[in-house]
Unconditional design. Structure first.
Length: 156
């Protein structure tokens, strides 16, 4: 039990340490002349940190850490629609097929659907309004409703 708490604390600490520095960088964007260059550089660094944090959490042997990382993957994609990562998508695919429980496999499938076909869901602002860190199931219920309502169609 202590190992589970330590692992979850480490992932949460690592994930939360990413955002404040980047938020302060957003404030700097508006005061510099080279806004576009600075923004793309900072965004690339931010996306690299997102990818590393997600891959670390999704690779955990602790199902609670994996579940939190699945939530974070949806949260990051909704907050930053330009965030894409072939490695994260591949890891989501693997969990969707080989996850330890039905719950993890289905959540990974929902997150993967959101990564692959974000235009089939409501706008990122709507998804962000549903995201609640105290009730992580809510966003997955939302994604599930979209998938099951027939509004979700894949184009090949």
């Amino acid at each position: 039990m202590k190992a589970l708490k330590a692992a979850i604390a480490a992932v949460i600490f690592f994930s939360t340490s990413i955002i404040p520095a980047e938020v302060s960088a957003v404030i700097v964007f508006e005061t510099k002349d080279s806004t576009v260059v600075t923004q793309s550089t900072d965004e690339a660094k931010l996306f690299e940190k997102f990818e590393n944090a997600l891959l670390y959490g999704l690779s955990s042997d602790v199902s609670g850490v994996v579940e939190s990382s699945l939530f974070n993957s949806v949260n990051f994609k909704a907050a930053y629609p330009n965030f894409t990562s072939a490695n994260v998508v591949e890891k989501l695919k693997r969990i969707a097929v080989e996850g330890d429980s039905h719950s993890l496999r289905y959540r990974a499938y929902l997150a993967l659907s959101y990564y692959r076909y974000p235009d089939q869901f409501d706008s990122p602002e709507v998804v962000l309004s549903i995201i609640d860190t105290r009730y992580q199931d809510g966003v997955f219920f939302f994604l599930q409703d979209k998938v099951q309502s027939g509004q979700f169609t894949s184009k090949q």
